[in-house]
Design a protein around this ligand. Structure first.
Ligand code: UD1
Length: 452
């Protein structure tokens, strides 16, 4: 049963493809799938909790396992639906996956893979496109469904494809699939027009099998990129400069399976910082890596939320009331676009007028209508949101529109008078492990809403 009481936490797998069985770690004995999360303002938060491994790292590390035959082990893996989707994708290639503990995932990669990523799985999760580079490296060919658009825009993959073409890959897009083939991958210089996280990852992974040297210029610098490079290097690859704008990969060497612990989830960390900012109080986030959230912490400091690095994690203390500020989202080390809904929720309750400019995704304010239903005063003009802070929001039924917006609506509910119910929580289950249990452990008044 859910350790927090109430009703059972949802199985994070989609019901139609549920792979985790009742009684497994984190899965209730008798699952009554909840349909929402109910939040009430319950006073300041106090206590400490453990931050899990980064979703955006784990998914790419799982894709990278296809680069070598044998048994991989990943630790601190969050039990979220996107991880389930990625393991299903790996199994569709012929791999076997299993958890040996709550958060230790093993992947057995066979000698021969079936390099075909179906639309059914790719359409569930855009990060599936991360298998393209490693499958090409391992099999010399791949057929991967086009991910299409999603909740915050069209999200093309043109940079992934043109970079792979430079490495000698024949790419054909037809009938909704990318058909890619390369008899020999060749190291090349690749200049990205924008430091795309996904494109950088696909090139890095493909280049591990390329003859000679690949240089990625204007590469993404996110901590998850450095984590993937560390993983590849541990496997025997030679990836230099990850975390800087220029990454060099000396390809062609043999790769072998490894045991790896991914970086902590900086976005999950931000969720609890936003929660304490809104509810008030003082919390400790064990395992968090404040060095990965530096710009965010600077902005939170401007909002009067105090954070500091402590041994093994970070500490945060909220002011009586947050103060408004201006925020611009940018590629790392800038303030991440994934924090943006959390920041807008915080500004909705801050003193003064906040301005948020979204530079990464064209259409990432869709959830704002839900915050407005909770009484927030927000005007969106193009890529900007003008947020006039209110002393309180008012609890309302709302719908999660994507993973991060869903979490932002839950934490907004901590600052709303009355009751907020967030529906469409399958979005939240895709990326946030035990959100209800973790908030409850800090004293928040939050619970799953049972299905009927
Ligand atoms: C990843 C993260 C996502 C995060 C984002 C930005 C995962 C699963 N997702 O997404 O949570 O919000 O980084 O930090 O790790 N673009 C193109 N053409 C391309 C590729 C990207 O135009 O070929 C554009 C996108 O539409 C977007 C921008 O570049 O406007 C950034 O995208 P990118 O960094 O690639 O994000 P993702 O890897 O999709």
């Amino acid at each position: 049963m859910d350790p927090t009481g109430d009703i059972p936490a949802p199985d994070t797998a989609r019901p139609d493809t549920a792979r985790r069985k009742a009684g497994e770690p984190g899965v209730p004995e008798e699952a009554t799938a909840p349909v929402g999360i109910r939040v009430r303002p319950g006073g300041p938060l106090h206590g400490e909790l453990e931050i899990g491994g980064a979703k955006n790292s784990v998914l790419k590390l799982l894709a990278a396992t296809t680069l070598a035959e044998g048994r991989f082990t990943l630790r601190r893996v969050p039990r979220i639906a996107d991880v389930t989707t990625m393991t299903e994708l790996l199994e569709s290639f012929g791999c076997r996956t299993s958890f040996s503990d709550r958060d230790v995932l093993h992947v057995h990669v066979p000698e021969r893979l079936e390099p075909h990523a179906s639309y059914d799985l790719v359409s569930r999760m855009r990060a599936s496109i991360a298998v393209l580079g490693p499958l090409l490296a391992r099999c010399g060919e791949a057929m991967v469904a086009l991910p299409g658009g999603d909740d915050f825009g069209s999200r093309p993959i043109d940079m992934h494809l043109s970079a792979l073409e430079r490495l000698g890959v024949d790419v054909e897009v037809s009938h909704g699939y990318v058909h890619a083939r390369a008899d020999v991958l060749k190291g090349e210089e690749v200049s990205l027009a924008w430091p795309s996280v996904g494109a950088t990852e696909n090139i890095m992974m493909a280049a591990t099998a390329a003859e000679g040297r690949t240089v990625i210029d204007n590469a993404a610098r996110e901590p998850e990129i450095a984590d993937l490079a560390a993983f590849l290097n541990r496997m025997g690859a030679e990836v230099l400069g990850a975390g800087s704008p220029t990454i060099t990969i000396n390809g062609g060497g043999p790769l072998a399976p490894v045991d790896h612990t991914p970086v902590p989830d900086r976005i999950e960390t931000a969720v609890f910082l936003a929660a304490v900012g809104i509810a008030g109080g003082e919390i400790t986030l064990r395992g968090a890596q404040p060095g990965h959230l530096r710009m965010l912490c600077d902005k939170l400091g401007e909002m009067n939320l105090r954070t500091s690095t402590i041994k093994g994690g970070m500490w945060a203390m909220a002011p009586h009331r947050l103060r408004a500020t201006e925020i611009v989202t940018l590629p790392y080390p800038g303030v991440a676009t994934d924090y943006q809904p959390l920041l807008v929720a915080m500004l909705s309750l801050a003193e003064g007028v906040g301005l948020v400019t979204e530079n990464v995704f064209a259409n990432r304010f869709r959830y704002v209508g839900e915050l407005i239903r909770m009484g927030a005063d927000i005007r969106v003009e193009g890529r900007c949101a003008i947020v006039r802070g209110r002393e309180h929001l008012s609890g309302a039924p709302v719908r999660a529109t994507d993973i991060r917006a869903g979490a932002a609506l839950v934490v907004a509910g901590l600052g709303a008078e009355g009751e907020t119910t967030v529906r469409d929580i399958h979005h939240i289950s895709r990326g946030h492990e035990d959100l209800v249990a973790k908030l409850k452990s800090l004293g928040a008044d939050v619970a799953w809403v049972p299905g009927t």
